[in-house]
Design a protein around this ligand. Sequence first.
Ligand code: FAD
Ligand code: 2HG
Ligand code: ZN
Length: 475
Amino acid sequence: MTFVEKLRAIVGDKGLVLDAQDMHPYLTDWRENYLGSALAIVRPATTEEVSAVVKLCVAEKVAICPQGGNTGMSGGATPQEDGREIVLSLTRMNRILDIDKVGYSMTVEAGVILKTIQETAADNDRLFPLSLGAEGSCTIGGNLSTNAGGVQVLHYGNARNLVMGLEVVLPNGDIWNGLRALKKDNTGYDLRDLYLGAEGTLGIITRAVLKLWPKPKDVATSWNAVPSPAAAVELLSGAYAASEDNVTSCELMGRQGIELVLKNIPGAADPLADRHDWYVLLEWSSARPPREGANQSGLREKMEAYLGEAMEKGLVLDAVVAQNEAQARAFWALRENHSESQKREGPSIKHDISVSVGKLPDFVTEGLAAMHKALPGCRPVPFGHVGDGNLHFNCQSPPGWTKPQFMAHGEAISGAIYDLVTRYGGSISAEHGIGRIKVDELAHYRSKIELDVMRSLKRALDPQDIMNPGKVIRV
Ligand code: FAD
Ligand code: 2HG
Ligand code: ZN
């Protein structure tokens, strides 16, 4: 039997994609930076099938590129060009297996779409707080494998904090059942934590037990023009107490990003009459419903009062507090469409950086200067999760430039930004991971000791380098 026939014997016809045209979407990334090649796209339906496929690949010395929704920003889900890998897509493993309302947990297969998990939680009066622009197409397996962040990290933590147990198929095909719904478990080394953020280089996540929270019953959302990133940080700092610790999102955006959304996303509208340099989308939410009656008091009233004070102090220049869900959704669309509008505008370079929150304003000032110096005429598009000190310090090409023309300046621009990040004690990849795009940067910006430990781990767990070779760290 050929390799493909052996695969077919495991996953059946439904589990194989072999036609070149049908394979194409699995072979390129969301940003269209890479076009890989594969022997087959394999779509198993069960953990046992994943295990059998991995065992076959070990025997045949074929490498595996795990893939979920293929929305990753770092090229980790795209196979190499040499055609010696399979893409192992988890998208057929899309069942919600259990909801424990009392224990606040949900057990799911790795290929469940994030939005389905959010909706299932909401239908059960619970919240699964991971939230990001790609939630309609990314999978929980991909979220956990990239340790995804998103827009509620400052309150609930990143993906690592939202999971209790995992089931993983190891690089030799064995199935590790760590599907424990335990909040406390100090039995030796934390294997679960190893696979979170491993980007498919140490094994394949097949199932997970997720944590749930009470569903918010009171939500206040505002769109604020602020004079500077320093004002944004101060606005957030005071909001924790003013909201009684109910700040769930705080997103910063520069005017350039808003211009791109208004230009490239049909239906987008500026909530404010005047243009401003910086904006903050602030959201507070609580599981406690607003109090009814004459002294009605909810988060919206509290937020209005707080923003009034902030205006007097000059921290806010203008603001709109959403009066209904549709208005709040429109504010969020302006924020969440930044990536899509940058893509439609043309070539861009992303810098998914973080520094400590207090240092963020100075970083922005120096970073903007560094970017303009590296390429006069480029268009900086800084936006992101200010409460986590994580900005997407992106750079759009000068208008009308081709990708090769712009990328010729990529090293100069990114080098300037990453050197600055390093000077600020920050991270060159806050939430999108290393994938393929930052393998050299990781090698450059992390210490030899850290790289040696990472390499030792990879060699010990995947001695044949079968799992997503060439991603994260070279062995
Ligand atoms: P994929 O892209 O398919 O894979 C990502 C990585 O995980 C790859 O290395 C892949 O090999 C590996 N992998 C996938 N599934 C498995 C598995 N089951 N087992 C082992 N390895 C696996 N990211 C954020 O952190 N925060 C954001 O706010 C955010 N916003 C985004 C907005 C948009 C519009 C887009 C397009 C992307 C955004 N992202 C964001 C990036 C991306 O959505 C996340 O990284 C997401 O977690 C990837 O999930 P996925 O299922 O698409 O994974
Ligand atoms: C976001 O926060 C994502 O919207 C994507 O992490 C960021 O496109 C980007 O750079
Ligand atoms: Zn982000």
